[in-house]
Write a protein that binds this ligand. Structure first.
Ligand code: NAD
Length: 256
């Protein structure tokens, strides 16, 4: 049902962004994939998704830590019916030791990029007479953990920005919402398992249940397919009056 629509997903050569891109393409949307690299494999990924789903897929390099590149990503795409602000990074350290450059990078990539892309995308959505802005926030957009000051501040900021975007578009066929995932087993998270097993002398299952999913009552990871399907749902007619809110997929984390 998304045939003819263009979806731009920031930070989509891996993990959740790639999962969301797959589900939007499966529903018929043409895609713009993005990351800050410009490797052959990035462009090969675009060809792979195009072949798999029978849609048009472009890969556009743009560094989401830079406002001008965020804006030029949307300009280069030329159309933007669905904007998924997904690019994000993490750094864990106590506040007095938190490296200033990491704070600045997290605020830029995880929060300010959404402002820059949305600023250029909204006029395109208005011209097309329809639009969906989907911000990938986090359970950390609603609650906090120690040592994640920049990430938690940025994700709470994304939730606030989501509400303002929704209010500024409330009288138009445009919605803006934030999806708040708990722990998702992306390649990034998977890569941490062997080291954590060594560190704690635990089995893989123990690391997953006792360390990683400590705060996720379901004791199961959220999948990128589930998050992609939530994005597709927000693009459906059922989502037309869902705006300015957060949708959690966190196995009960924020119910604790
Ligand atoms: P990931 O590392 O697999 O993906 C991050 C993506 O962002 C990659 O495609 C990466 O290339 C891209 N990216 C990083 N810096 C960039 C930059 N400067 N410019 C452009 N692209 C850049 O991680 P993920 O787990 O898929 O995370 C995606 C989003 O989901 C992030 O916003 C993250 O905060 C959020 N999230 C993840 C989890 C989780 O458990 N994995 C939970 C909640 C929210």
């Amino acid at each position: 049902f998304l045939t003819g629509k263009t979806a731009i997903v920031t930070g989509s050569n891996s993990g959740i962004g790639l999962g969301v891109a797959h589900q939007l393409a499966r529903a018929g949307a043409d895609l713009v994939l993005n990351s800050f690299t410009d490797r052959d494999e990035d462009h090969a990924l675009a060809t792979e998704l195009a072949t798999e789903h029978g849609v048009t897929v472009r890969y556009i390099k743009a560094d989401m830590s830079r406002g001008d590149e965020c804006r030029s990503l949307i300009e280069q795409a030329g159309a933007c019916d669905i904007l998924v602000n997904n690019a994000g990074i993490q750094h864990v350290a106590p506040i007095p030791d938190f490296p200033v450059e990491k704070w600045d990078a997290i605020i830029a990539i995880n929060l300010s990029s959404a402002f820059h892309t949305t600023a250029v995308a909204l006029p395109l959505m208005r011209k097309a007479g329809w639009g969906r802005v989907i911000n990938i926030a986090s359970a950390h957009g609603l609650t906090a953990s120690p040592f994640k000051s920049a990430y938690v501040a940025a994700k709470h900021g994304v939730v606030g920005f989501t509400k303002v975007t929704a209010l500024e578009t409330a009288r138009e066929p445009i919605t803006c919402n934030a999806i708040c995932p708990g722990y998702v087993l992306t390649p990034l998270v998977e890569a941490q398992i062997p080291d954590t097993m060594k560190e704690y002398g635990m089995s893989r299952d123990e690391v997953i249940e006792k360390v990683m999913l400590e705060r996720q009552p379901s004791k199961e990871f959220v999948t990128v397919e589930q998050l992609g399907d939530m994005a597709v749902f927000l693009c459906s007619d059922a989502g037309a009056q869902i705006t300015g809110t957060t949708l959690s997929a966190d196995g009960g984390w924020t119910a604790l």
